[in-house]
Design a protein around this ligand. Structure first.
Ligand code: GRF
Length: 223
């Protein structure tokens, strides 16, 4: 990049509910000057989410939108969410362990601009408890997926995937830890491609401009 030319970075909000290790991986990637996105906001639906402290320690603005204040008024909760995202002039949203279902109308406002990371090789093992279910099914390869968010949970166009071996003697927690390491590699890579404008959704599938395989969207370990 030529010196003196300001390149505008995409402004990203990360939505969390818990510890925020994927959030930290995204923050670390975005700290690099050449990364095409900046983390402008970390927002949690849970006031006590440990990730909030970690984000603040990294100097990132944090916000809480607590759904318990809205009772059954899901629209009101999502309006508050949207107001925050607009206040921070957010371009792209990354869900990272965000444990709230979002309505079709909210998702529609962020179509092709909102990513999620799921701890399984989609379309296998949608939903919760993916590691225990992968072990119960006896699969030998498990993994993680970054996908665009669509109204149906864990169903959006796939942008990045990481394969992880299932080892003899694995328990859900040892497998989860191995998958998590892979998550931390593919999520920053996926966001980079999206922020660079190199991802198009065509017929429900992500089309990537350029050599996607060479740039971290696929991660397959030596087994
Ligand atoms: C990750 O396993 C992610 O795939 C899932 O929720 C977990 C969040 O972990 N959606 P962390 O908060 O990023 O550490």
């Amino acid at each position: 990049m030529a010196k003196g030319i300001a390149v505008s970075k995409k402004r990203v909000a990360i939505l969390i509910s818990g510890r925020g290790s994927n959030m930290e991986a995204l923050i670390a990637a975005a700290a690099q000057e050449s990364y095409p996105a900046q983390i402008a906001l970390v927002l949690s639906n849970r006031p006590g989410a440990p990730g909030l402290r970690r984000a603040a320690a990294a100097g990132i603005a944090t916000e809480i939108v607590d759904p318990t204040l809205y009772g059954n008024d899901r629209e009101g909760f999502e309006r508050a969410l949207q107001t925050k995202l607009e206040a921070y002039r957010i371009d792209l949203v990354c869900l990272a362990g965000f444990m709230r279902l979002l309505s079709p109308s909210f998702v529609g406002q962020w179509q092709d601009r909102m990513l999620n990371i799921h701890p399984a090789l989609l379309p296998s093992f949608k939903g919760l408890d993916t590691h225990a279910r992968a072990l119960a099914a006896g699969v030998k390869i498990h993994g993680a997926t970054v996908h665009m968010v669509v109204p149906e949970v864990d169903c959006g166009p796939i942008l990045a995937q990481a394969a992880v071996p299932v080892r003899e003697g694995d328990a859900a927690d040892t497998l989860a830890a191995r998958v998590l390491e892979a998550e931390h590699r593919i999520y920053p890579a996926a966001l980079k491609f999206l922020a660079e404008g190199r991802v198009r959704v065509v017929d429900g599938r992500c089309r990537i401009d350029g050599r996607a395989d060479a740039d971290g969207l696929l991660f397959v370990p030596n087994i």
